[in-house]
Each structure stands twice: as structure tokens, then as C-alpha cells.
Design a protein around this ligand. Sequence first.
Ligand SMILES: [Mg+2]
Length: 276
Amino acid sequence: MARAKARRESEISLVIFDKDGTLIHFDEMWSGWMEQTVDAINDALRGRFPLGDVAVDSAKVKAAIFDAMGYDPVARKAVSKKPLACAPMPLLRQVTADAVAGACPGLDAAVIETAMVKGWDREVDWVALAHPRGDLRALFLWLRTELKVKIAVCTTDDYEPTIQTLKAFNVLELVEVVVCGDKPGPPLPPKPSPEQLQHICRKAGVDLNRDGVVMVGDTVTDMKMGQGANCVMNIGVLGGASTVEDLSEEADVIIPDLDHLPKLLSRISDNRETWL
Ligand SMILES: [Mg+2]
């Protein structure tokens, strides 16, 4: 925190939230999706080799994908710092396809891609899978009307499901800028590159070097991104895709859930000279 001392001249201007694991319950969304995706890929491969081709071992495929993605099927949780916890969808797709290829030596690449299309690109009801971590509308209204800050969302997830989810939670109109793994705009380097936050601040009319920008996320990747962008505070939220040990390495402050955010931000806003 000392790095920001005597540099800020204005109150907190912008709070940027990660989505998965921060605004919504991570494992409730992604454990179901992960397991259904692997089952669909195995179904597609079995459909291609109904007599049990020796090149396709469903249990091996499942274990290889879970291992490569960083998914613990016993705990039904994403593993901290692994791809499922923090990588964008295109990278997750590639990791999955590579895991299938590794588990099925000699299997034709076109067969793998067909299975990937059936497994990965199937219809998913993302809104039904998304469960908010608290009353997001009340929190966002408080941020906008009481603390008088702008709100942004920066997620590795894709744009369409993100917008659908924010709409379903009745908070989309309260969010100034949404930046996702795939769009909008030209491709930006993934987290933890600070460019997504820099882009958000430009869009929101906020100066990262002058105005107070706070990053709120559940992973080390979010915290590193906030540090790289020179955010005044990087707040780690427990209960997402990280352990407290991992988060404590990079976060300035750790809170158990979003219910603790208003009190923390109020104190920061009221006592800026003591924390900046
Ligand atoms: Mg997250």
C-alpha cells in the first residue's frame, strides 16, 4: 500500500470486479459445466467408436482433461492458479483438446475436433448456472449512489454469457464498462496483463495514475493485474477459486465475501490519508 502514498488527489473513482468466483459462485457454475463438457466429449468419442476402439479410453480422457484444466472431481472444485480458475475460454478449449489428444495417442485430429465441437460448443444455459455471491444489485446501487463510484467488470469469460448474467442479476445498467476474454473491441492480452484494466479506465474516463481505482477479485491473477495497472488497492475475495494462502501473497486486503466490501470501502474513502 505504501507504493501509492501521497500520489492520489481524488476519492475512489472506480471499482473493478472480476466475475467468476467474485460476483458469482465459482464452483457452482464451473464444476457442473466442466463435468458435463467432459461427458459430452466422451459421448461424442464413444459415438465415433461404438465398439470400444482401443485408442479411446473414456476414464483416461476424463482424468487427462480434469488434470490439465485443474479440476478436482472429488472436491468438485477448480484448483487454485490452474487454467479453469483463471484462463480465458479459447485457452481452456485448447487445453482440453490437447488433453484429449494426449489421452488418445494416434487419434485423428479431425475426430478430436468433432468431439470438441459436440462437447464444447453445445448449448449451455449460463444464466441458470450463475448464482450471485450476495445481493449484487444492492451492492452496486450503494457503490453508485452512496460511494459515488463507477463500476466495471473484467472477466476472462466470454462477452455474451457475461452480459446475459449481469442482465439476469438486474445490474447491467449500473456497470460502466464490461471487458471479457473475447470482446468487445480488439483483442487484449489476457489477465494478468494490465491492459484490460487500462482499457476499462480509458472507457470509464478514469486516470489510473490520478484517480483511485480498486480491483476486486478472487484469484492471484486478478491481484497481479491490479498491481500491474497501479490500482490503489487490490482486494482479494475468499470463497472463489483461490486459497487464502495463494491470495495473501498478492492481495492488499482479503475479505471473506462481498458483504464486507461496503464497510471496507467506506473506511478507505473516509480515511484516505491513512491508507494511501
Ligand atoms: Mg475469478
